[in-house]
Design a protein around this ligand. Sequence first.
Ligand code: F6P
Length: 321
Amino acid sequence: MIKTIGVLTSGGDAPGMNAAIRAVVRAALKKGIKVYGIRRGYCGLIDGDIVEMDEMSVSNITHKGGTMLYTARSSEFRTEEGMQIAKANCEKYGLEGIVVIGGDGSFRGAADLSARGILTVGLPGTIDNDIACTEYTIGYDTAMNTAMEMVDKLQDTCQSHDRCSVVEVMGRGAGFIAVNTAVACGAIEVITKEMPYDLDQIAKDMLECKKNGKQNFIIVVSENVGHSQEIATAIQEKTGIEARATILGHVQRGGSPTARDRVVASEMGYYAVELLEQGIGNRVVGMQNNKIVDFDIQEALSMKKPYDEKLHKIAQDIAFF
Ligand code: F6P
């Protein structure tokens, strides 16, 4: 029976990480397993920034954004030397298992630790929803709602000025936040890396809509597609409609998590402890058909997540008239 585990958050923070930490800590303690919180991800594992957690350590955190364990990206951890120090610290604190809350990069680290005898379980924590083995990642729902609220505000001012707002949302290389925000906000167009786009056609569609009475427009652009300012300038030149660019940026990573993020994070955290309790490691927890499931880490990392082309088409078809 496993006696001691650790929990860490790694990579970009995401709303709901605190709920996951709370679930891990409380579930472990309930099962008589000692829990340590490792601060600043793998950096803390190397530096020995490790603290014992009790029930009260995670009290009143579910509703808070960010991560109470802090997070970081560690380049030292990717070296054999860093890995050996981390392993030695696991032995020092008696850590037989670690729950790693983060994205794909964090799971690669978890696989490396697992290969060195530490049981690891990854929980998908990223606003981007770009982890292939799961339909849902912790933080995604909150980020989408934040993006939606921000675009709604832009829509108000756009309407007053008969303008076009070009809004850039996060997602790293993935267009999930963008396409959902576009549908939720009634954008005239969504531009993501996954689908081709044609600014001349977008301009033509806008002018056609304008003829039919529409005076203000939202275009949602996923980050890494191109420069939203350049897109705004091109749209203004091609249509004569005044355009403004807004980059939402890190605001999408903060804020109080939605109910969905809190609940899924809690379920996944609890599930991770159940795996470790059974001596199962080298797994990533995910959601498939609304059920919590788990995958081998390497298998999870080799999977490809399809983009939601249907939703992209819906966004376009119901926008243009
Ligand atoms: O993965 C989450 C995310 O916010 C991405 O959407 C974005 O590309 C990236 O992290 C930004 O990273 P950083 O906070 O290191 O600038």
